[in-house]
Structures are given as structure tokens and as C-alpha cells.
Design a binder for this molecule. Structure first.
Ligand SMILES: [Zn+2]
Ligand SMILES: [Zn+2]
Length: 207
């Protein structure tokens, strides 16, 4: 199962609307994406419907602005409030049926969560364009020392169509949320063939 578990849309600061995101996901060979807009889940419904059309599994998600940094809630049934401490945010994600991932855990801007206990997974590699390699290498090193504690999660943190799917979370289980709970995931960095990005989206980017 190839999943990109960190995806933004026009419902926060992404440039593609949920349907475009799902369509591009199908073009680049992703089986599954999680919509993780900042502190909103308003784009999830449209994306799930588009997922049926384009044969991409869409998982409801959110990137929560906690007091201690950004936290991904993947597979949550309801919105998670922002502004709480990291442990309350994690509890709230678990109560909503999801898994909690420390997004870009070693970056300063955007802020990652310095506290780690309680997370189900660590975003071992984040594809955000403003993130340098150093926080990613630190995250990878941290995860390698704690492989039994945390699932490895990779997310493109895409805000633009060209980066969607450039980092994928792999799982044998078709239920990637369960795979994270079981700590049975891995990640891969996956270059995208520019030709597969639809023309209308390329035009939007080049505008
Ligand atoms: Zn973030
Ligand atoms: Zn993000």
C-alpha cells in the first residue's frame, strides 16, 4: 500500500483543491492519501468522494497546531482542537479513533513537537520545501534509535501538485492506520515523473 499521509489542500494553504489532489494522487500511483489541512477537516468530505471516482483511498486527517508544535491526526472521526499541549492533543486524536504522528519533529519553523512520548509514529521524512535536510536527518536518526516505539511515517507535506507522493509510507496492510498502530510501516522517497502531472495543474503552478 503506497500512502502519502501529509497532504494540504485549498482548505488550508495548499494550491490544489481536494478533488485535484486526489486526481493527481491517482496519476502518480498512490493507493491512499490522508488529507491533513491545518486545523480543519472541511476538505475531507469532497476528497473522500473524489477518491471513489479516482480509485484512491482517502483517510480523514488533520494537522493540529498544538502548543508544542504540529501534530498529525490520521484516521480521526472528528476535528481535534488546536492550542492544546502535545499529550492532550495525542489523547484527543486517540479518542477520535486515529493515530498521532509527530510532524517534522525536529524543525523549528514550522514548529515540530520536541516532546515525543505517546506518539504512534514519527514523520521520519517530511517533503516540505522549506524544510532543510538537517531536521529530516535528525528525525531519521531518532527513529532508528526507537524503531520499536514508533512507526516510520513519510509525508510529502505537499502544498503544490509536483511534490505529492514524493515521500510515501509503505505498508502490507491495506489499512495504513492499523499498520501504524502495529508499527509495521516503512517509508520511501519517490521521484515523480513531471509528465504525469496533469497539464491544467502545471499551468496553475507556472502562472
Ligand atoms: Zn507542519
Ligand atoms: Zn503540513
Amino acid at each position: 500500500m503506497k500512502s502519502d499521509l501529509h497532504v494540504h489542500t485549498t482548505f488550508s494553504d495548499g494550491i490544489c483543491d481536494p478533488e485535484e489532489v486526489v486526481y493527481i494522487a491517482s496519476m502518480v500511483g498512490l493507493d491512499c492519501i490522508a488529507i491533513t489541512d491545518h486545523d480543519t477537516m472541511d476538505g475531507v468530505g469532497v476528497a473522500i468522494n473524489a477518491g471513489y471516482k479516482h480509485n484512491v483511498k482517502v483517510i480523514p486527517g488533520i494537522e493540529v497546531t498544538s502548543k508544542d508544535g504540529h501534530i498529525l491526526g490520521i484516521g480521526v472521526k472528528n476535528i481535534i482542537p488546536s492550542g492544546m499541549r502535545w499529550n492532550d492533543t495525542i489523547n484527543s486524536i486517540h479518542r477520535a479513533g486515529g493515530v498521532a504522528i509527530a510532524a517534522h519533529p525536529f524543525s523549528l519553523s514550522p514548529p515540530g513537537c520536541k516532546k515525543k512520548p505517546g506518539f504512534d509514529g514519527i514523520e521520519v521524512w517530511n517533503g516540505g520545501p522549506v524544510l532543510s535536510w538537517i531536521p529530516n536527518i535528525r528525525a531519521m536518526y531518532y527513529w532508528m534509535q526507537n524503531v520499536d516505539k514508533f512507526a516510520a511515517v513519510g509525508g510529502s507535506d505537499t502544498h503544490y501538485p509536483i511534490t505529492l507522493g514524493t515521500i510515501m509510507t509503505l505498508s502490507e496492510d491495506t489499512d495504513v492506520v492499523r499498520a501504524i498502530r502495529d508499527r509495521k510501516t516503512s517509508i520511501v522517497l519517490n521521484p515523480i515523473d513531471w509528465k504525469t502531472v496533469p497539464y491544467n495543474v502545471r499551468k496553475k503552478v507556472n502562472r
